[in-house]
Design a protein around this ligand. Structure first.
Ligand code: GDP
Length: 461
């Protein structure tokens, strides 16, 4: 296990901006020697010294020779009003690899250590500036690819989930306090009112934990996007539909830099729900293939999709390949799209049977008809039963869900014990339940868990 200290630890440095060319690039230094190191490397024109939370113009220079390395803004932030709660210096240099790596290596030569991935955020956590689920949210926010995902991460970063979990713990603490009283004064019969209050608190905490855990499916979909596959024969209009959805959804999210329309995955937002369209290159590439090959290719995307949009061409007779697609829809979250309904229908809808599953929508990608119905159907199929809350607190990671499920089980055990066992047993179960809840914010946690979470960060975060 590595040793991390809240204060008196070493001083770390890393680039805080991504590699590559940019207008500016930032080297961040955090730790007790941050200011000392910066002052050795920095020269201001009038010899001014850095003041906390003020930007100062000057140059980074080779300390031995005084040779200027880059023209910079220096931002010194004195502990504790900083991200890590330690002294922090940011050197805003010119973007690009050369200035950044020279400034960084000078800082390292002055005794800073290259930060490990996520170490700044880890220090913020260890110093109590963030709890663990807020630190996880910081990572989610950086990674968010849609507004909805960003919104969700921000609410968690600002303590939405932490606050809910704290409420649950407080209920259990109160229940435990009632219980302690009965353990300490066993000769006094516990008052009925106190007993009822205890049960009420425990039941409320149990239900709260269960309902929070129940938001996980939705939370995951909002965080990661609903993995969506559009499947169907070549030429039924899959890419036309995708384009219609893309151009009509006002909330299209920026495509990844450097990609074209032939990207493998594309993000779009439907009624606030982020959709991750899978294998869109495959969809577009399949057009010129033989039917069966094209269908096979589009079906491949179906394997780990959360949602399937199966497209049929309503203007030509159903083909055996359409059946291949239809056969794959049972037990999937699917929407059946009958496209090209601007043309005369070549077959009766009854051919598809009378099942209400999967829901059917008639569209014309060409004329932009049926798209609103399609969006409604997508939203319903992805989230089920109309439950839809893009605000509110959602649980987004399995780690949090597992902790909530664990807490709920211990509360149930505590409730059982309350009815039939000595109060000490109930107290033990309650303690366990509170520990499970404390795992979420990281008050109770192991080095492994921390390692796993922070190693996902990039260096410099
Ligand atoms: P994909 O191979 O399934 O992606 O199909 P495309 O989107 O490339 O469409 C195949 C052809 O069908 C193109 O010529 C489209 O213009 C045409 N098409 C797509 N959607 C419609 C529609 O709703 N109505 C009509 N009439 N034509 C359509």
């Amino acid at each position: 296990m590595k040793a991390y200290h809240m204060t008196g630890g070493d001083t770390i440095a890393a680039p805080a901006t991504p590699p590559g060319e940019g207008g500016i690039g930032i080297v961040r230094i955090s730790g007790p020697r941050a200011l000392g190191i910066a002052e050795r490397l920095f020269a201001s024109p009038r010899g001014r010294r850095p003041e906390s939370h003020r930007a100062l113009y000057g140059h980074i220079v080779e300390p031995e020779t005084g040779e200027p390395v880059d023209e910079v803004l220096l931002l010194y932030m004195k502990a504790p009003r900083t991200y890590t709660r330690e002294d922090v210096v940011e050197v805003h240099c010119h973007g690009g690899m050369v200035p950044l790596s020279r400034v960084l290596s000078l800082a390292l030569a002055q005794g800073a250590r290259l930060a490990e991935p996520g170490e700044f955020t880890r220090r913020a956590f260890l110093a109590g500036r963030l709890d663990l689920c807020q630190a996880e949210a910081a990572l989610d926010l950086i990674r968010a690819k849609t507004e909805a995902a960003g919104h969700l991460a921000l609410s968690q970063l600002e303590g939405g989930l932490s606050g809910r979990v704290r409420e649950l713990r407080e209920m259990l603490l109160l229940a435990a306090a009632h219980l302690e009283a009965s353990i300490d004064f066993p000769e006094e019969e516990m008052e009925l009112a106190s007993m009822e209050e205890m049960r009420r608190l425990m039941e409320a905490a149990r239900d709260g934990a269960a309902s929070l855990a129940g938001t996980f499916r939705e939370g995951r979909l909002f965080r990661d996007g609903v993995k969506t596959a559009i499947v169907g024969r070549p030429n039924v209009g899959k890419s036309s539909l995708l384009n219609a959805l893309l151009s009509r959804s006002r909330a299209i999210v920026a495509e990844m830099p450097g990609t074209t329309r032939d990207v493998i995955e594309e993000h779009l937002s439907i009624r606030g729900l982020p959709l991750l369209m899978m294998d869109t290159a495959g969809i577009r590439g399949a057009r010129d293939m033989v039917e069966e090959e094209g269908v096979k290719r589009s079906l491949k995307a179906l394997t780990d999709a959360d949602l399937v949009l199966a497209v049929l061409d309503a203007s030509v007779p159903l083909a055996p390949e359409d059946r291949l697609v239809l056969d794959r829809l049972s037990d999937r979250n699917a929407v059946l799209v009958l496209n090209k309904c601007d043309l005369p229908m070549a077959w009766e809808e009854t051919l598809l049977g009378n099942d209400s599953f999967p829901p059917r929508v008639r569209t014309s990608a060409r004329e932009g008809r049926g798209l609103e119905d399609l969006k409604d159907a997508i939203q319903r199929a992805a989230l089920g039963s109309g439950a839809f809350r893009s605000d509110g607190v959602l649980v987004t990671t399995l780690r949090h869900k597992a902790a909530l499920d664990g807490a709920r089980r211990f509360i149930e055990a505590a409730l059982d014990a309350l009815a039939s066992e000595p109060p000490e047993i109930t107290a033990v179960e309650l303690r366990e339940a509170m520990d499970r809840l404390a795992e979420i914010g990281g008050e109770v946690t192991t080095e492994d868990v921390l390692e796993r979470i922070f190693s996902e960060f990039c260096i410099g975060k």
